[in-house]
Structure formats: structure tokens, C-alpha cells
Design a protein around this ligand. Structure first.
Ligand SMILES: [Zn+2]
Length: 560
């Protein structure tokens, strides 16, 4: 191993290798091998970051792990960024380099990143990260008092599933009141971030922050106008369908109208309870993956050797994610399973991300692992849908027939209900960063959110809940911390639905296409990745309408 002397927590053992790369004279004959050396060095740092992050997530009480994490974040990562920028500049300055076909997109990304980089934006961006952390701290620290006990917001949200309507309403109102108490602070925080972002864009030579962020996210294959086309398609093809689902829900619950605290309660009584412990979850999902594709099941088997941490336990970080270890070529899944259907969905979803890593890491260069975010979520969302026929015990999964149908139907309901909300979040930000006046005030933001809510979120009664409605943007972390990052989920869902549609007629062909797209990694534009997966990268009314028709045909079949 040429890099065996590296200690990832001591930058002085890394810098000599960076210096050696910087000192190498680039020529046509050595550019490829130089890139490979840089890629291998990057892989070692990526591997260390994954390992260190894994250790703090698996045991938040491990103080030594916490120290390593802080050391890495505060000292190693900034150095690594500076080194990467220098190496990138060196490569871009070497004009004789003609990238091979698989490196063309990577070079385009490098050039774009370099073109928007401005020294004077570095402190502004650090300030934005700090303000983002402040939002997280403020919201993450919120609690309500429930029957004499303090509960966090995620805990309080569980009351929205209670059968007792008065309890649901009480929990919902307590949560809203808690956010309401921070209304001024959240307004102030966001306006501060808005003004910093406008400055960042200006420094980089853009008229508005949306144009800047478009480059930052390397959105080469669609424009703001395409987003508006998608919003319009959702308004006409999805909103009436979602309203229909809400009306059916209201009828089943014997309510009219449906209030915001009535959207989560289970219509079937008892919640699904698919497994007792993590071992059962792991085994069940393995059997499902086997039914979807034996090679994917083999990838999963390889992870069962120390790269799954599924069960919830004390001192484990919340949430779930999939990360990767490029040196050992292993993906890793972290989650907090407690025995719900949501846990099954999470493992199937993260499994899709893990398979994406296994396929795309066949690419020689680390920058081509994964793909644009719009396609990463196709890998995971499609895996949830491809798994649906096997949720039933007799097909490998967890449930008796009726429960399997119910789980599948709920998944499809979730997709229909998500798209209109996604449109609100996206359309709001287009307005904020492009159309809002320079001296925009919090009341204007509220009014815009409210207008968009009325346009897209039809079927839930907010008529006497104006304050709660218009401050909805306070409750969406992405709006504060990762502006414009959200439509990716909507675009990816359309891709995933198309993969699923193909599988309904020919599963083995559809899965073969899915894998063929995954293995391309980040080497192709989005339309090519979608097309390799057997899907079209389109979001017009016809595409969206056809997929909604498919979903509702399937729902009719499942609910028969
Ligand atoms: Zn995901």
C-alpha cells in the first residue's frame, strides 16, 4: 500500500502525499495514473471519516470517539478541502488533458466548482453553517409537556397516531405552540441567512442566489422553468388525487372536515408489527432482496459481516443512514429499529443506497461513485417499490396477505401525499431567492407560504389555523439549512415509479436496467442515468398523470 504510513488523524502524515501530487509534472502519459493516485488518497480520507462518524453514531457516550470526531471535523477536514482545491486547480490548469468518456462529467463538475469558488465567501459560508446549527439546536431542543413528562418533538409526533382525537389535537396544538413561541427568533434567523446568501451569490457574480445554487448543486440537466413545469403537473395531476385520499380518510374516520391532527392516525386500528428484533428484520429483508435479485442479496450478505447496525439502543444517535467504506469497498447501514413497518421501509430504502455504492464503486475514480442526488434517491426509492410484492410472508417478507396489502397501499398513499408538499417547499424558495423584494419581511414570507399551501395542500382544513398554516416554513429544516435541496426527492420519485412500473410487467428486465444504471455511477447526465434505468427524465403533466393513474389502479387492486 503506497499510503500505509498515513494516520488520518494526523494531517502531517497526509500532507507529504498531497505535496508529491502537487509536485508531479502532469503530461499526457501520466494524467490518468496521477488522478488514480489522488483518488486513492481521497478514498483513505473518506474511509476514515466514515469510520469516525460511525463510531460516534453507534455510541454517543464514547468520549474518545467524540474527541476523534471533533479533531477530524475541525482539523483534518478543512486541510483536506484546501488540498482538494489545490489539486483540482492543478488538474484544471493542465490544458492538454483530454478526459476519457467516463471522466467528462467529473471534469465538468470540477470546472463548475472552481468557477463559483470565491475566497471572500469562505467566512460567509462558515457563518451560514453556524446559523444552520443554531436552527438545528433551537428546533432539536424543543420539547412539550405531556402528562407531566417532557417529550421531544419526535416523541410528541407519535401522539398524532393515537385513536383518541382529543389527544391528537392537544399534541398537535402543543407542538405548534412550541414553534410559535420561537416565531420571532426563527424569522430573524432566516432573514439573516437570506441576506448572507444574497451576498454569497453577488460575490460569485450572480444576480440571485438561485443561479448560484444551481451551479453549486451541479444541476446541469434541468432549469428553474422545468421546476415550474413540475409544480404545474403536480397541481393538476396530483393535488386532486391527494384531496381524494384525504376525503376518503375523513369518511373512514367519520370526520368532516379533516384537521391537521387527523392525517397520521392509522385507519386500520392496530399498527403493523413486522418483527420482534433486529435479527428478524435483517433476515426478512435479506429474503426480500433475494426475491428482487440474487446479486443484490449477495451484496446485502456481505454487509451482514459487521456493516449493519440496525437495533435501537441507549446512547445510539437517532435516525438512519447509509454510508460507505471505499477502501474496504463496503457500504454500511445505521438505523434505530424498534419493530415498526417504517423500520422495514428504512432498511429497504437504505439497502437501495448500499446497492448503489456496490455497483458504482466499480468505477475506478472515487468522484464517480454514487450519482447526482436526483438519481441517488431513485436507487433507494425504487428498491422500496421493487420490494413491495415480497412484503407478504409467503413471498419471503413479514406479513399475512391483508397486512402486506395494507403496507403497500400506505407506501403509495405516502407518495401521493408527499408530492404536493414538496411543491410548496420548492416553489416557496424560488420566490424567496428570486422574486421577493430586497426588503422582504417575515409577513411576506408567511403570506407566500400560505398562498402556496392553499394551492397545493387541498383537503386538510386550516380555516381557523392561519398562524399555524402560514408559519409552516419554520418547520422545514431544508429551507433553513440546505436551500433548494428538496425537489430531488420529487424528481427521483418519478424515476422510481417508472422502474416499478417496468417491474410490474417484467421484473428481471427492470432490475437488470436498474443495476445497469447504478453501475454508471456519476459518469452520465441525469437523462442518461434515467434512461439506463428504463425511465424518462421528465416531469410534465403527462408523465406525472400517467404515474398517478398507475398508482390509483394499484390502490384499487390492493384495496379490493
Ligand atoms: Zn435516501
Amino acid at each position: 500500500m503506497p499510503y500505509s504510513d498515513i494516520n488520518p488523524l494526523d494531517w502531517s502524515t497526509v500532507q507529504p502525499h498531497v505535496d508529491a501530487l502537487l509536485a508531479t509534472e502532469l503530461g499526457r502519459d501520466n494524467a490518468e495514473s496521477w488522478l488514480q493516485r489522488w483518488s486513492d488518497l481521497t478514498a483513505i480520507l473518506h474511509e476514515s471519516r466514515s469510520q469516525i462518524y460511525r463510531e460516534v453514531s453507534e455510541n454517543t457516550a464514547d468520549e474518545e470517539a467524540e474527541k476523534r470526531f471533533l479533531l477530524f471535523v475541525e482539523q483534518i477536514m478543512p486541510q483536506a478541502k484546501i488540498a482538494a482545491q489545490a489539486l483540482k486547480s492543478k488538474l484544471l490548469a493542465f490544458e492538454d488533458y483530454t478526459p476519457q468518456a467516463d471522466a467528462v462529467m467529473m471534469m465538468k463538475r470540477f470546472r463548475t466548482e472552481a468557477s463559483i469558488f470565491r475566497e471572500e465567501n469562505v467566512p460567509l459560508q462558515s457563518e451560514l453553517v453556524k446559523l444552520g446549527n443554531e436552527y438545528e439546536k433551537l428546533v432539536g431542543g424543543m420539547t412539550i409537556e405531556w402528562e407531566g413528562k417532557e417529550e421531544t418533538m419526535p416523541q410528541a409526533t407519535l401522539h398524532l397516531r393515537e385513536k383518541d382525537r382529543a389527544a391528537r389535537e392537544k399534541a398537535w396544538r402543543l407542538m405548534m405552540a412550541r414553534f410559535g413561541a420561537e416565531r420571532d427568533r426563527l424569522n430573524e434567523l432566516y432573514l439573516q441567512m437570506l441576506s448572507l446568501r444574497r451576498q454569497v451569490a453577488k460575490n460569485a457574480g450572480f444576480d440571485n442566489y438561485r443561479d448560484y445554487q444551481w451551479k453549486e448543486f451541479a444541476r446541469f440537466d434541468y432549469t428553474p422553468d422545468d421546476c415550474f413545469t413540475f409544480h404545474d403537473a403536480i397541481e393538476h395531476e396530483v393535488v386532486p388525487r391527494a384531496a381524494q385520499l384525504y376525503a376518503e380518510r375523513a369518511e373512514k374516520l367519520g370526520l368532516d372536515p379533516l384537521s391537521p391532527w387527523d392525517t397520521e392516525v392509522d385507519l386500520h386500528g392496530e399498527p403493523l408489527h413486522p418483527f420482534e428484533d433486529a435479527a428478524e428484520l435483517e433476515e426478512g429483508c435479506y429474503r426480500i432482496f433475494q426475491q428482487v435479485d440474487p446479486v443484490l442479496a449477495e451484496y446485502f450478505t456481505a454487509m451482514r459481516d459487521g456493516f449493519l447496525d440496525l437495533a435501537s439502543r441507549p446512547n445510539k444517535a437517532p435516525g438512519g443512514f447509509c454510508s460507505s467504506f471505499p477502501v474496504r469497498r463496503k457500504p454500511y447501514i445505521f438505523m434505530n429499529a424498534v419493530g415498526t413497518h417504517r423500520d422495514v421501509g428504512t432498511l429497504l430504502h437504505e439497502g437501495g443506497h448500499a446497492f448503489h455504492f456496490m455497483e458504482s464503486s466499480q468505477q475506478p475514480l472515487i468522484w464517480n461513485y454514487g450519482s447526482p442526488m436526483e438519481f441517488c434517491e431513485v436507487a433507494s426509492m425504487a428498491m422500496e417499490l421493487l420490494s413491495a410484492p415480497y412484503l407478504e410472508k409467503s413471498n419471503g417478507g413479514f406479513y399475512e396477505e391483508a397486512d402486506a396489502r395494507r403496507a403497500h397501499a400506505e407506501q403509495l398513499h405516502g407518495i401521493v401525499r408527499f408530492l404536493p408538499y414538496m411543491a410548496v417547499v420548492d416553489a416557496f424558495q424560488h420566490w424567496v431567492y428570486v422574486d421577493a423584494p430586497q426588503d422582504v419581511a417575515a409577513a411576506d414570507l408567511d403570506a407566500k407560504w400560505s398562498e402556496l399551501w392553499n394551492r397545493f395542500m387541498v383537503g386538510i382544513d386550516y380555516s381557523s389555523l392561519q398562524a399555524e398554516k402560514e408559519t409552516g416554513w419554520h418547520r422545514k429544516e431544508h429551507i433553513f439549512s440546505v436551500p433548494f435541496y428538496y425537489i430531488e426527492y420529487g424528481l427521483a420519485q418519478l424515476g422510481a415509479l417508472q422502474v416499478w412500473r417496468n417491474a410490474l410487467t417484467d421484473q428481471s428486465q427492470s432490475v437488470a436496467d436498474y443495476r445497469a444504471a447504478l453501475v454508471l455511477g456519476d459518469t452520465r447526465p441525469l437523462p442518461e442515468l434515467f434512461s439506463a434505468a428504463g425511465a424518462t427524465f421528465a416531469f410534465d403533466r403527462e408523465t406525472v398523470g400517467d404515474l398517478m393513474t398507475l398508482i390509483f389502479e394499484k390502490l384499487a387492486e390492493l384495496e379490493r
